[in-house]
Write a protein that binds this ligand. Sequence first.
Ligand SMILES: Nc1nc2c(ncn2[C@@H]2O[C@H](COP(=O)(O)OP(=O)(O)OP(=O)(O)O)[C@@H](O)[C@H]2O)c(=O)[nH]1
Ligand SMILES: [Mg+2]
Length: 431
Amino acid sequence: MLDDLKDGLRAALDKFIRRGGIDEQALKEFIVDLQRVLLKSDVNVKLVLEFSKKIEERLKSEGTLPGISLKEMAVKAVYDEMTELLGGDFKLSLGPKNLIMLVGIQGSGKTTFSVKLGKYLAAKGFKVGIIGADIYRPGALEQLQSFASRAGINVYGDPKKDPIKIVKEGLQEFKDRNAIIIDTAGRHKDESSLMQEVKKLEEEVKPTLTLLVVDATIGQQAFNQAKAFSDTVEVGGLVITKLDGSAKGGGALAAAAATGAKVYFISNGERIGDIEEFSPKHFVSRLLGIGDLEMLLDKVKEAEIKVSEKEAKKIMKGRMDFEDFLAQIEQMEKIGPLEKIVDMLPAPFNVNKKEIDKAKVQLKKWKAIIHSMNITERRNPKIINTPRLRRIAAGSGTSEKDVRDLIDALNKGKLMAKAARRMNVPFGASP
Ligand SMILES: Nc1nc2c(ncn2[C@@H]2O[C@H](COP(=O)(O)OP(=O)(O)OP(=O)(O)O)[C@@H](O)[C@H]2O)c(=O)[nH]1
Ligand SMILES: [Mg+2]
């Protein structure tokens, strides 16, 4: 189902990821690739532009977060915006007694879907009956009966009566059932007489839910079809059929969502079991091949560096000791490689690769040195005299100069914090 869309999206993502860092050119190409894939699926141009603009803006403004790969950032942006494009998150809720009327133009798949839905609801424990209210299509009732009998579902119909009468009699016949489905006609001499009949039925039989059945092969035209029906009857939700054979399915789904209607079901084949309750979230996860998106989202949240107020105040007051320093180094290591952290810093703090490598070596050394200090020394660095300095250097496999440099760095950090406080500029947790 929707293989072109799936393959296209994944290929665009893969290509972008393989490029490495986000530069203007890579981002531009990624956006163009996404647009091309969606347009090929017949998603409306305006929707495509809106969608890609949002992704571009997100990737530009968010950049990379520590501990989260570029792949995850791009996947998440595409995931979020695709889900939104398909209508966000929702779930169909049914009542204790349901009268579901299926409407739609000729050949959209109403009759087939009435049986699929019947079987689906029966499996959920509903007592189901289908009323065949199509008196125009030759052999409509036979088609319905033969399909329904394969699913073991009862059908009521009488082609010699008018649709309203049939439904009323059917309701009587199925008065002990709690899920009654009405299959209506799609074949009329013109669209307005079809709309009139649907409206009359709605007024007379008062369905609890009217589902509009739309054929996916019409692509973005689904928008106009959904609007035409919504202007006439209260469409409670949509069913998109024939997603198995349509290259335009993505366009149909997006167009349906753009009308504000919810796509509750999709159908992807001619067999009774080819029905699926539609959830944009799950659908998009599957499309992008993300197994556990929740995990990914958690990772995004965790990566947001949290400095407690107490901690921040201590640093601002210039009272940082080696315990804090070590905790900061460890926190930094936990959230991701130094390159990524440095990437997040505002321009004046940005350093080149050589400096990062140097900093890495230094951080490693510093950690070893702090680990060689005892707790009193860590909390009160002032007491570190020459004999202590020698002991710490020997214990950490470093030189006395290295230890002195670290003490200097701590003092500098303090000075910076003090200076920042005097200038009233925010001073982050980085050493
Ligand atoms: N491949 C595929 N074919 C489908 C699907 N749903 C329906 N069809 C086929 O589409 C054709 C029309 O389906 P129907 O259920 O008769 O459509 P209808 O809306 O009742 O048509 P009218 O009664 O003429 O208004 C049939 O040949 C179905 O087998 C689907 O999801 N996938
Ligand atoms: Mg039919």
